[in-house]
Ligand binder design. Structure first.
Ligand code: FES
Length: 122
């Protein structure tokens, strides 16, 4: 099996090549919680894991399932539809039936606002 590369792991993109969009205040994503948002019609889910923030697309690469609603164990989320697992830090597909990564976005906190970085060129 050939696993995909980091093409959708936008956390690796130079931050200067991203547009950071404020999406919520810190208190809207308490520790251990998640928040569902949309940017340009792209559903994204933000996680607060022990004070670290991660954002992935809320669309499973297997069959468009709502992966963000899945069970989270550590940094691994399990798609509720067919059980594919992904790393929320990188979007990497960790198990079948998904073989393609999902987008992972850089997250930063500025003045109490959570901001998601969208690559200017993808
Ligand atoms: S849609 Fe997510 S595992 Fe099938």
């Amino acid at each position: 099996m050939t696993w995909s590369n980091d093409v959708y792991n936008y956390t690796l993109v130079d931050p200067k090549k991203c547009e950071f969009i404020p999406v919520c205040s810190l208190n809207e994503v308490p520790e251990g919680e998640r928040l569902f948002i949309e940017i340009d019609d792209q559903p994204i889910v933000i996680f607060n894991l022990a004070g670290s923030y991660y954002a992935i697309a809320d669309v499973c690469s297997h069959d468009d399932g709502p992966v963000g609603e899945g069970e989270l164990q550590g940094i691994e989320i399990t798609c509720p539809r067919h059980g594919a697992r992904f790393d929320i830090r990188t979007g990497r597909a960790l198990s079948l039936p998904a073989i393609v990564d999902i987008p992972a976005y850089p997250v930063r906190v500025i003045d109490g606002q959570v901001e998601i970085g969208i690559p200017l060129e993808t």
